[in-house]
Design a protein around this ligand. Structure first.
Ligand SMILES: *Cc1c(COP(=O)(O)O)cnc(C)c1O
Length: 368
């Protein structure tokens, strides 16, 4: 097998130990004689798998007892609709922070259901920074405040958690809603600061097909918009412990293995230290050269997705080809922005990052 380091933004690299365990258990999970894929979601084997996955996630992320964890499908993109459908609760306005392409998608979907007020935007800055908090303005009767802690495409990340009561127009009762698809479990979290968190699993947590929702219980009592389908109501899934219909069983199983792997790594505080070290290596390589450039303001740079350009875009193809020849794959930037992007989620080993920075240095020496 050719070992590669996969810098894809998602679906993305998974821990090798997890894949090996899944392989070993593929045909016969713990003596059941079945693959996890073949199990009834209501059977005792799979129920035990799902319960342990949730239990381990709760322990890792320190999720308080009055928050529900839901295992849903439809990707983070379906949450762009489920959030307003379920949280507007009779309000006529929802506030959003616009920091890039994923914020914009969430905003566009919310506009189908509500007036959307942009409380702050980094669009004037080309989405290369987080808007300064003293420039934010919240509508006092907003249903919630939505933001995207890590913009996967632009490589812009919040290294702090907004507090709606500290923002002009805001107050303590406004629930904070976060699309954490690309940095969930990359660092410790204070769940209490949030009303709702959602994250597609395929970036940092597991395989595609699963989206994790963490919702404060009182928000389940808000009346959904008229006409909200049963499957699009959080309450449906909360009341049935995510087993109202068939959940994405295999994805939940793999996510559970990733939780065990994270515990073995020392938990989220240890992951954070490793993620800082990995991202710094790449940013230092970029900043110590005139050959590479990262457009993002230093204080707001993502630890998960590192976008960069070469000083001459005509070298892009050669860079990608030579990187690939060394087993460094999926470095091409998103089609909308071009250049390069190195995604270095939890499961990217330090060796992969060192192989990339060594290659970047050598490429610069031969092409500058
Ligand atoms: C990938 C991504 C999405 C979309 O996820 P899907 O599961 O493909 O719907 C939404 N938000 C962010 C921040 C993402 O990185």
């Amino acid at each position: 097998m050719n070992k590669v380091y996969n810098f894809s933004a998602g679906p993305a690299v998974l821990p090798e130990e997890v894949l090996r365990q899944a392989r070993d258990e593929m045909l016969d999970w713990h003596g059941s004689g079945m693959s996890v894929m073949e199990m009834s979601h209501r059977g005792k084997e799979f129920m035990a798998i799902a319960e342990k996955a949730e239990h381990d996630l709760r322990a890792l992320a320190d999720i308080p007892a009055d928050y529900k964890v839901l295992f849903l499908q439809g990707g983070a993109s379906s949450q762009f609709a489920m959030v307003p459908m379920n949280l507007l609760g009779g309000h006529h306005c929802a506030d959003y922070i616009n920091t890039g392409q994923w914020s914009q998608k969430a905003i566009a979907e919310a506009r189908r259901y509500s007036t959307v007020h942009i409380a702050a935007s980094s669009e004037p800055d080309g989405f290369n920074s987080i808007p300064l908090l003293d420039q934010w303005k919240i509508t006092p009767d907003t249903a919630y405040l939505h933001y995207t802690p890590n913009e996967t495409i632009g490589g812009v990340e919040f290294h702090w958690t907004p507090d709606p009561s500290a923002v002009s127009g805001g107050n303590r009762d406004i629930p904070l809603v976060a699309d954490m698809s690309s940095n969930f479990l990359s660092r410790p979290l204070d769940i209490r600061k949030f009303g709702l968190i959602y994250a597609g699993a395929q970036k940092n947590v597991g395989p595609a097909g699963l989206v994790i929702v963490i919702i404060r219980e009182d928000l389940l009592n808000l009346p959904p918009l008229d006409g909200t389908p049963t499957m699009y109501r959080y309450k449906t899934h909360a009341e049935h412990a995510s087993m109202y219909n068939t959940p994405p069983t295999y994805a939940i199983y793999i996510m559970g293995l990733v939780m065990e792997w994270l515990q073995k790594q020392g938990g989220l505080a240890a992951m954070e230290q490793r993620n800082i070290a990995k991202a710094n290596l790449i940013y230092e390589r970029i900043d110590n050269s005139d050959f590479y450039r990262c457009p993002v303001t230093k204080t707001d740079r993502s630890r998960m997705n590192v976008p960069f350009t070469l000083h001459d875009a005509r070298l892009d193809e050669v860079f990608l080809q030579q990187a690939k020849a060394r087993g460094l794959i999926q470095l091409k930037g998103h089609r909308s922005v071009g250049g390069m992007r190195a995604s270095v989620y939890n499961a990217m080993p330090l060796e992969g990052v060192l192989a990339l920075t060594t290659f970047m240095q050598e490429f610069e020496q031969t092409h500058a």
